[in-house]
Design a protein around this ligand. Structure first.
Ligand code: AP5
Length: 218
């Protein structure tokens, strides 16, 4: 049965980094609700403005908007044989919606949490930079680009520092995570679908653990 891989973890835990590796090496599409919302940044619609303001505050976009986005994206052809959700679900309402979607699509949910202590997360977020062309993720502390502030693969591209990656906003995001999203770990644990990986190691050391879960037949 095709799988829906739910990558969970606090902001900055490395969900996007692992999801990109899985996409490259397993050919499963990475669906990041955060990336989809950020891609709305230039749209001049009331919805895009609302989403921008909410993301800048570190809070969550309303469930009905997020759910619509996920339903639309996962109905595309490339998701037929499974997909990776990076940053969804984040609330109990979203988790319930995903259960229905999985039944409708005939897929099984597996959840992987990338475990990183809260004190490490701030540097991961404030140090993050990404390429506006290929999305490659860097970190000025842990994975600096070869040349200051430009992508290794796209030397003409200045790296982006996300507007919600400041110290203040990182704090709000961590609080939002603790209140609204962390309880979902219990939910997946109780239904025997939670797999923990130690996210304090290098990305390449973490990846085989993630891949093992994805390939498991349980
Ligand atoms: P989103 O974009 O999903 O952000 P997030 O959950 O806060 O997660 P991040 O992207 O910050 O971190 P990550 O775990 O992907 O880490 P990464 O791999 O980049 O969401 C942004 C906003 O959108 C939300 O605040 C909300 O407003 C809205 N939103 C999104 N989804 C929503 C939903 N479902 N419902 C409602 N609202 C929603 O790594 C971080 C850094 O650490 C990088 O610099 C990286 O190079 C480095 N790093 C990664 N792994 C390692 C490692 N193993 N060792 C050392 N450094 C590492």
């Amino acid at each position: 049965m095709a799988k829906i891989i739910v990558l969970m973890g606090a902001p900055g835990a490395g969900k996007g980094t692992q999801a990109r590796l899985l996409q490259e090496r397993q050919g499963l599409p990475q669906i990041s609700t955060g990336d989809i919302f950020r891609a709305m940044k230039d749209a001049q619609t009331p919805l895009a403005e609302e989403v921008r303001a909410i993301m800048n505050s570190g809070k969550l976009v309303p469930d009905e908007v997020t759910i619509r986005v996920v339903e639309e994206r996962t109905s595309r052809d490339d998701c037929k044989h499974g997909y990776i959700l990076d940053g969804f679900p984040r609330t109990t309402v979203q988790a319930a919606m995903l259960e229905n979607l999985a039944v409708e699509q005939g897929k099984k949910i597996l959840s992987i949490v990338v475990d990183v202590p809260f004190e490490v997360l701030e540097k991961r977020m404030t140090g993050r930079r990404s390429c506006p062309i290929c999305g490659e993720i860097y970190n000025i502390y842990f994975k600096p680009p070869k040349n200051d502030n430009v992508c290794d693969l796209h030397p003409d591209a200045q790296l982006i520092h996300r507007s919600d990656d400041t110290v203040e906003k990182a704090k709000v995001r961590l609080e939002t995570y603790a209140q609204q999203t962390r309880p979902l770990l219990d939910y997946y644990q109780k239904t025997n679908r939670l797999h923990r990986v130690d996210g304090t190691r290098e990305p390449e050391a973490i990846y085989p653990d993630v891949e093992r879960v994805v390939k498991s037949d349980e």
